[in-house]
Design a protein around this ligand. Structure first.
Ligand code: SAM
Length: 183
């Protein structure tokens, strides 16, 4: 799916996608920089979209690591399922189901969680239940990276995590903030 096709699909479902463009390589680099790929055995991706971050994670992952990528848009799920890599499990279900699917793939915790979910447009209840799942499953040494186009979710993230750093890249449409969260 090229950038134009992503734009069409995202605008058809703007309230779910929360954007009209896929992430730039600059944003992807910032999202993955805090992850220790030499140690990470289970990585969770939330809101995988057309797989632009999924592919970058797979490139960096160890051969014996696994990636669980959650996505609710059926068109994007179809694209993700076309990625041929045995380490990737595409999950066509909502992000708050992390514990259930980690168990399915013989894991209890995620060494890293990478998310492009549009938290700022989600209901309070959905945010609370996604945060609960992230906190319950993130390895105490692990890292959760989340991009957003505003600082609207900063307060909520700071309440939930002991350490939250904020990075920023202007080299994305729109420019994006990256939250780096640890328990
Ligand atoms: C801002 S886009 C990010 C897409 C891609 N990761 C990127 O960086 O370009 C957010 C994605 O989250 C997906 N999404 C929205 N709600 C979701 C949910 N509850 N569970 C999983 N994915 C969800 C949307 O369908 C959309 O593909």
């Amino acid at each position: 799916m090229n950038r134009f096709q992503f734009f069409i699909e995202a605008t058809r479902n703007i309230k779910q996608a929360g954007t009209v463009t896929q992430s730039s390589r600059f944003l992807i680099k910032k999202m993955l920089a805090p992850i220790d790929f030499s140690q990470a055995k289970t990585i969770v991706e939330l809101g995988a979209g057309n797989g632009c971050i999924t592919r970058a994670i797979l490139k960096k992952m160890q051969p014996d690591a696994q990636l669980l990528s959650f996505e609710v848009n059926p068109k994007f799920v179809e694209l993700l399922k076309n990625i041929e890599d045995e380490r990737l499990h595409v999950i066509d279900d909502s992000a708050e189901k992390i514990p259930e699917f980690l168990a399915k793939y013989n894991s209890t915790q995620a060494d890293a969680i990478v998310s492009g979910l549009p938290l700022a447009i989600f209901s309070k209840e959905l945010n609370a239940s996604i945060m609960q799942s992230i906190i319950a499953t993130l390895n105490p040494e692990g890292v959760y990276t989340q991009f957003q186009y505003s600082l609207a979710s900063q307060g909520m993230l700071r309440k939930k995590f002991d350490a939250v750093k904020v990075d920023f890249t202007p080299l994305n449409v729109p420019p994006a903030f990256v939250y780096i969260c640890q328990k």
